[in-house]
Design a protein. Structure first.
Length: 237
């Protein structure tokens, strides 16, 4: 199993020395499991780099891209490219769908009704904690939004949690961020993670570029990604 990060920075992509910590591609994570279509977690602007990564092997094999999309939540910076995958199932918590289409949802939900209408029966609502693939589980936890979910990936040397915005920055493992109004739900999830010993991967922290799994992109792709390769890094599925 491979876990690759193509976007780890703030909600609005930008590039400058001043914005070095927060600018760049927004959340987009690829999970590759042998024998399964790619699973894409969130669809921020990192999707373009992900496309470059997948394009070569698919083109060489003469295959179209078939994938499954799982959204941690429906804020615009995590779901803005859903319609680029006309055949992909899109997985999200039902609670998040209900909240995102309510009049109280707030300004970070943009055209969600239009999106759900366009997706039709490709939209796959989840009701609670669900195993998506063997060794990969959706964990509803609220905190950031009422229907927010993280994703737990099991490996032979421990479990890694793709946190989503319940943990935006590394600091939020200790200090709950202002973007998590449900402080009780956030604290409960963080306590569960500490007790279980999960490796926690924040959603908007450019310091992940210094992670031991980070690999620089090939120059033509003009984008980096962070890869958890079980064989190269000693992590077995």
């Amino acid at each position: 199993m491979k876990l690759s990060f193509f976007g780890v920075r703030g909600s609005c992509p930008c590039s400058s020395d001043q914005q070095r910590r927060y600018g760049g591609n927004t959340s987009c994570v690829l999970v590759e499991v042998e024998g399964e279509p790619p699973l894409i977690l969130d669809l921020g602007t990192g999707l373009r780099a992900l496309g470059h990564y997948l394009h070569g092997s698919l083109r060489a094999a003469g295959l179209p891209l078939h994938a499954t999309v799982l959204l941690t939540h429906l804020h615009y910076d995590h779901m803005q490219n859903d319609l680029l995958f006309p055949d992909a199932p899109v997985v999200v918590q039902r609670t998040e769908l209900d909240w995102a289409t309510s009049p109280d949802s707030g300004p970070f939900y943009v055209d969600v009704g239009e999106l759900t209408g366009a997706l039709g029966d490709r939209l796959r609502p989840l009701d609670g904690e669900t195993e998506i693939l063997p060794g990969l589980t959706a964990l509803p936890n609220g905190g950031h939004t009422p229907g927010h979910q993280s994703v737990l990936v099991q490996t032979g040397s421990g479990d890694a949690c793709v946190c989503g915005d319940i943990v935006s920055l590394e600091e939020n493992l200790e200090v709950i961020g202002a973007v998590c109004p449900d402080r009780e739900g956030t604290a409960k999830f963080l306590a569960r993670a500490r007790e279980a010993g999960w490796q926690m991967l924040p959603s908007h922290d450019a310091r992940l570029r210094q992670h031991r799994w980070y690999l620089r992109a090939d120059p033509p792709h003009n984008a980096g990604h962070l890869r958890a390769d079980p064989l190269e890094n000693g992590r077995q599925p």
